[in-house]
Design a protein around this ligand. Structure first.
Ligand code: CTP
Ligand code: CA
Length: 220
């Protein structure tokens, strides 16, 4: 019989991943959202599970199959995502890939009717909680805390500022000026205290595999 395989590098570790957009209701039939497909976050959750981690994936509304071996929690809004993340703690590593809506509307319990508002309704927007910054300042902060940053310009500069502001260890900076949101490929810069690594454009599955390996090395 073959020799027994080496133990999985992330066996015994709990990884928490957020993915997808959030939907913020305006009324029972309308919502605010964004172009996130969830693909990159789902790929990361799957790659971590393949390395043996126990994975909790908190996702907004997406049309994707749950990766094998991953525990999936579906949410709609940023506030639901925040509650599910806090519920899933503690974690050894958290990777917050979700494109959380920055603002929510004061939602109407009734459908807003065109004729009633005297022209287009004015949406009163309220800022959503920042889940990543909340974890960064929490006494339950995962030992390795990783954020994503979708940027169209000054990608590394903006991302580095987010790393400092949100108290995370790494930022994966995503250049979304091209066809990235919803696409299958990604071109990223990995920003850590040690500096910046720029990876060639590659499939999101490959970004996920490389990130999961890097996480395993770091937690070893
Ligand atoms: N994030 C979060 N909760 C929010 C907003 C963002 O957890 N309410 C997380 C994202 O999941 C990502 C990181 O913070 O890991 C950066 O998100 P991004 O939208 O790029 O940053 P913002 O601080 O919202 O800045 P802006 O959208 O203005 O660029
Ligand atoms: Ca944002």
């Amino acid at each position: 019989s073959p020799p027994s395989a080496a133990p999985a590098p992330l066996a015994g570790k709990h990884a928490l991943v957020t993915a997808g957009p959030t939907h913020e209701p305006i009324d029972p039939v309308r919502y605010i959202a964004n172009r996130s497909s969830g693909r990159q976050g789902f790929a990361i959750a799957g790659a971590l599970a393949r390395l043996g981690a126990k994975v909790t994936l908190v996702t907004g509304p997406v049309s994707l199959d749950t990766p094998r071996g991953v525990t999936r929690i579906d949410v709609q809004t940023a506030r639901e995502m925040e509650a599910a993340v806090n519920e899933a703690l503690p974690a050894d590593v958290a990777i917050l890939v979700a494109a959380v809506a920055d603002w929510r509307a004061e939602s109407s319990p009734r459908k807003i009717k065109k004729g009633e508002t005297g022209g287009p309704p004015e949406l009163q927007l309220v800022e959503n909680p920042d889940i990543l910054a909340g974890l960064g300042g929490s006494d339950r902060r995962p030992g390795l805390l990783i954020g994503f940053a979708a940027e169209t310009d000054k990608v590394v500069g903006h991302a580095r500022a987010k790393l400092d502001r949100k108290g995370c260890d790494w930022i994966v900076a995503n250049d979304v000026s091209g066809d990235v949101m919803g696409g299958t490929e990604n071109s990223i810069h990995l920003i850590t205290a040690a500096g910046v690594e720029s990876w060639d454009q590659m499939p999101k599955s490959e970004v996920a595999r490389k990130l999961a390996e890097r996480i395993a090395e770091t937690l070893a």
